[in-house]
Design a protein around this ligand. Structure first.
Ligand SMILES: [Mn+2]
Length: 252
């Protein structure tokens, strides 16, 4: 039994949202195939507060989260794309807050979305939204998401931004007496344990494979999830989770 599962950057309402993959994943938690005491939604569950953009499968995710909240503890941490907490909290029936400290195996782990460390977002709002739009367009054109991923990862601005968030998150976690910090926001899954404060990023659910973090006895692990879910409405073929090897996770 895991202490927590952390997922982030689902972006319900966006075309690239992997809602079917997530439905498969949440059903695995609901059915006890993947076991956890709590589920932490680490920001950007919604792409925007325009609920008209939510499709059938996006509503299914929301109703599954609501259903899961009867079985386990669910915390929703605010991201920069999420709407006002009162609405979110009311809609889904879960607790909404800015950050939290999870105690696991005698270790304090800070969890927050990470946009508060993103200065680029504040100083270059127009460039940020154009880049965001181009990235989504690339993802739409290339269904394998390879080009979009490469474009994002080779962008100097993006690399500077992820490094900045990682450094600031570590600094902030140390101040709060935590030995690990888990963020989202960059959509780039990372395991980095080379510092006194370990840094983890849970990636996103807008690119395949999707990623999530597990916390058990103070140990944080990155996993990828790729269910054989067809894009149409055919039968779902069950698959399992894949733990990303540490050496690979650090390099990705
Ligand atoms: Mn974000």
């Amino acid at each position: 039994m895991r202490d927590a599962i952390i997922i982030s950057d689902i972006h319900l309402g966006a075309d690239v949202c992997q809602a079917k993959q997530l439905t498969h994943f949440l059903e695995a938690i609901h059915d006890g195939v993947i076991r956890t005491r709590s589920l932490i939604l680490n920001g950007d569950v919604f792409d925007s507060i325009d609920f008209r953009r939510l499709k059938k499968h996006h509503w299914k995710v929301l109703s599954l989260i609501r259903k899961l909240s009867d079985k386990l503890d669910i915390v929703w941490l605010n991201g920069n794309h999420d709407g006002p907490s009162e609405i979110v909290s009311h809609l889904i029936g879960v607790r909404v807050q800015d950050e939290m400290i999870l105690e696991s195996g005698g270790r304090n782990i800070l969890i927050l979305h990470g946009h508060v460390f993103d200065e680029f977002l504040d100083t270059h709002p127009i460039i940020s939204s154009v880049a965001d739009w181009m990235y989504r367009l690339l993802q739409k054109i290339d269904r394998s998401h390879t080009i979009a991923k490469q474009a994002k990862r080779s962008s100097k601005t993006f690399l500077r931004c992820t490094a900045k968030i990682e450094a600031s998150a570590r600094e902030y976690a140390a101040k709060l007496g935590c030995s690990a910090v888990c963020c989202g926001h960059t959509h780039h899954s990372i395991v980095s344990e080379s510092d006194a404060v370990a840094y983890y990023n849970s990636g996103c659910w807008t690119e395949k494979p999707c990623h999530y973090l597990t916390v058990q006895d103070g140990r944080v692990e990155l996993h990828s999830y790729l269910a054989q879910v067809p894009d149409g409405d055919e039968e779902v073929v069950p698959t399992g989770e894949v733990t990303v090897p540490r050496e690979l996770a650090a390099a990705s």
